[in-house]
Write a protein that binds this ligand. Structure first.
Ligand code: ADP
Ligand code: MG
Length: 539
């Protein structure tokens, strides 16, 4: 059985594996004659749920039964649910349906699939990551790990061009999101003392509401107005069917304009057939401000890593097929721009990473013996890859417990930053605290996702300013035996890896251990009593 890499995208998803020569290959979506699957789900009726292009084609006619852009919802607090035919679906469950469709692509072609790596945006917090992992498990997959999308893209790039010490800016313009990330590839030594290529994320930025859809919307308006001009109508006079007709032809026209100088669309305008020709130059003019907007995000990211330090700019995401994007990026970084299968690079990088992980776990054959997967093909052990790369991801946020500081004149509830943003993952940190008072029956250990201490007197997270974005992740109830003195050391450990935050508290007198894994849906029993707290030792 081989391992697979999955790019679970906002608008399109993709699945890849390593072929018999160890090269990443995408599993074709024969039904849609494409390398990708539209991340769109159509709840046709009680017995039929459609995923992919066929679902997308129902957006205009049956929009209320179609779910798209669910990646924007996954792992978010107070997220919406969807209801169809008396059943309720969470964003995790919708994502699982998309993953199941990808899984079926493999199975329909005779393969078997279990172990996968799923990609997530670098800016995803731990809740979004946990939820993504959960979606994979719900689809019956064994999620070996998650990997950041730009890291995966860089990995697929370095599999193609092995070079020493490079700083790569990944410009990823997809259907609904824009991510700019700077990753550094450098030479390092792995545990067995071999030279390996190390990939480290240096800076991230972007906008999760900026993508190909913005170009679609501009083109839609342009075509709508052209149809009005041709037929002497005002936009208000245009019938709903006509609007739907335009909407369904916009994306194809946009793709055509990436290849040709002009594209023709035929629209049935209130019953009269109308042909509209769009020139690439006009399309570029009407969207130049959105291109500029992406470049502003690039500039903002370059405040953290100077432009001179960038050796290569990697174009990723389907929207970078547009010549206007290639030109704008090339103008800023002359001679440095690279683009290889921008809609597949992320999935391919994830496939490479997946095989590296299996290689690590499965140290069966250091000699590179071939093993067989369910499709009857053989795949090589990724021994060569493992000896080439190591991926170093960083913590997306800072984490720590809320405790009472009794060292000053007045008791203060403070958040301790155990694990700081940008630390190498997995990150682990421990510190010993003490019960606030004698005979405390329990302590409520609150875990925060935090950048700086920012809570009110009761320890409730305050402020919504992103710079002060403190979130209560969850609570661990640590029961204490009767007559516990306030000098009983309680050792608190936080561990953060790509799949979430693990919190542990050990009563070092009794060796009793309490632990929890914090996920999105963690049911927080918020008891706000100030006595059930841990305190920082006075010494
Ligand atoms: P995601 O946002 O899900 O990561 P992709 O990276 O596959 O998805 O990007 C999808 C976007 O790329 C869509 O807006 C799609 O219209 C656009 N796209 C794909 N191919 C082309 C092309 N040849 N020219 C212009 N846009 C394209
Ligand atoms: Mg993408």
């Amino acid at each position: 059985m081989s391992t697979y890499g999955i790019d679970l995208g906002t608008t399109y998803s993709c699945i890849a594996r390593l072929d018999s020569n160890g090269n990443p290959e995408v599993i074709r979506n024969n039904e849609d004659d494409s390398n990708t699957v539209a991340s769109v789900v159509f709840f046709e009726n009680e017995n039929n749920v459609v995923v992919g292009q066929a679902a997308k084609e129902n957006v205009e006619t049956d929009g209320e039964r179609v779910v798209q852009f669910v990646k924007r919802e996954i792992g978010k607090r107070d997220t919406r649910t969807y209801e169809f035919d008396g059943k309720t679906y969470t964003p995790v469950e919708i994502s699982a349906l998309i993953l199941t469709r990808l899984k079926n692509l493999v199975e329909d072609q005779g393969g078997t699939i279990q172990d996968v790596v799923i990609t997530v945006p670098a800016y995803f917090g731990l809740e979004e990551r946990s939820a993504t992992k959960q979606a994979g498990e719900l689809a019956g997959l064994n999620v070996l790990s998650l990997i950041n999308e730009p890291t995966a893209a860089a990995l697929s790039y370095c599999a193609r061009q092995f070079q020493e010490d490079r700083t790569i800016l990944v410009y990823d313009l997809g259907g609904g999101t824009f991510d700019v990330t700077v990753v550094k590839m450098s030479m390092a030594q792995n545990d067995s003392g071999r030279d390996v290529q190390k990939i480290t994320v240096l800076a991230t930025g972007g906008d999760d509401r900026l993508g190909g859809k913005d170009w679609d919307d501009r083109l839609y308006n342009h075509i709508l107005h052209a149809c009005c001009d041709e037929n002497g109508l005002t936009p208000e006079e245009v019938e709903a069917e006509t609007r739907q007709d335009i909407r369904s032809k916009v994306e194809e026209a946009k793709r055509k304009l990436s290849k040709k100088q002009s594209a023709k669309v035929r629209i049935d305008v209130n019953g009269s057939r109308t042909e509209i020709t769009i020139k690439r130059s006009d399309f570029e003019q009407m969207t130049s401000d959105i291109v500029a907007k992406t470049m502003n995000f690039v500039d903002a990211t370059l405040e953290k890593v100077p432009a001179e330090a960038i050796d290569t700019v990697l174009l990723v995401g389907g929207s970078t097929y547009m010549p206007m994007i290639i030109n704008a990026v090339e103008a800023k970084f002359p001679g440095k721009v690279q683009q290889h299968d921008p809609d597949q690079a992320v999935a391919k990088g994830a496939a490479i990473y997946a095989s590296m992980l299996v290689e690590e776990v499965d140290s069966l054959s250091a000699d590179g013996t071939e093993n067989s997967d369910g499709s009857g093909k053989t795949i090589p052990h990724a021994e060569q890859l493992t000896s080439k790369f190591t991926v170093e991801d960083q913590t997306p946020r800072s984490f720590g417990p809320g405790v009472v500081d009794t060292t000053g004149a007045k008791h203060k509830y403070v958040l301790e930053n155990f694990i700081k943003i940008g630390e190498k993952m997995p990150a682990i940190f421990s510190k010993t605290y003490y019960p606030l008072e004698d005979n405390q029956e329990r302590v409520l250990l609150r875990a925060f996702d935090t950048l700086i201490p920012c809570v009110d007197e009761d320890g409730n997270p305050q402020a919504t300013d992103p710079a002060h974005n403190v979130k209560l992740l969850g609570e661990l109830v640590v029961n204490l035996p009767p007559n516990t003195s306030r000098d009983t050391p309680i050792k608190v450990t936080f561990k953060v890896d790509a799949s979430g935050v693990h919190v542990e508290a050990v009563n070092t007198k009794t060796d009793e251990t309490f632990e929890t894994f914090l996920r999105t849906e963690s049911d927080i029993d918020v008891e706000r009593s100030a006595v059930h707290q841990l305190r920082i030792s006075a010494d």
